[in-house]
Design a protein around this ligand. Structure first.
Ligand code: HEC
Length: 104
């Protein structure tokens, strides 16, 4: 029973460990063209990813943020809209990118 519990806990830990880190995410940001408008610590057309993370610190924003990044939108940072990024990344890739941004 103890062994089974240990196996289950290890499994849950492996699944829960975020896979997203800068090394994995950089090629995705490049492939999807995010870096034309965003950088980690400087505002370009859109907010810097560090500003985004700071704004939502302590809130659970992941699901809403995946949708916003995929579908685009405006109003959170100003009138300039973010165009839709749908089809540029898979759902898993959007999730990794958003997890990484919110972890900054
Ligand atoms: C053409 C420029 C452009 C591109 C390309 C772009 N963005 Fe944005 N992004 C913006 C703008 C402008 C905003 C601010 C929107 C607002 O005020 O709600 C924004 C906002 C964001 C936000 C914050 C959203 C919020 O509600 O606070 C995140 C996160 C983000 N972008 C991530 C990405 C990612 C990841 C990609 C690539 C898949 C990407 N963006 C591609 C311009 C862009």
């Amino acid at each position: 029973m103890k062994t089974l519990l240990a196996i289950l806990l290890t499994g849950a830990f492996l699944i829960a460990t975020p896979v997203a880190n800068a090394k994995d995410v950089a090629p995705l940001l490049q492939k999807a063209g995010c870096i034309a408008c965003h950088s980690t610590d400087k505002k370009i057309l859109g907010p810097s990813f560090k500003e985004v993370s700071a704004k939502y610190k302590g809130k659970s924003m992941e699901t809403a943020m995946i949708k916003k990044v995929r579908d685009g939108g405006s109003g959170a940072w100003g009138p300039m809209p973010m165009p839709s990024n749908e089809g540029k990344l898979t759902d898993d890739e959007f999730k990794s990118v958003v997890e990484w941004i919110l972890s900054l």
